[in-house]
Design a binder for this molecule. Structure first.
Ligand SMILES: [Zn+2]
Ligand SMILES: [Zn+2]
Length: 49
């Protein structure tokens, strides 16, 4: 419970959040839209194709 890993609020993105919510402006820009891939540009991102 308390040890839940913090990840970006963009569901497809697995990066650590930069400012408590999103890892990048790209993810923040998705808002309520569900994207199928992530454009944050982080190499470690699990949603970046
Ligand atoms: Zn990402
Ligand atoms: Zn992200």
């Amino acid at each position: 419970m308390a040890d839940e890993k913090e990840t970006c609020k963009n569901p497809v993105c697995g990066c650590a959040p930069h400012d408590g919510k999103y890892c990048s402006a790209s993810c923040e820009g998705t808002g309520d839209t569900i994207e199928i891939d992530c454009d944050c540009g982080h190499e470690e991102c699990t949603g970046n194709f």
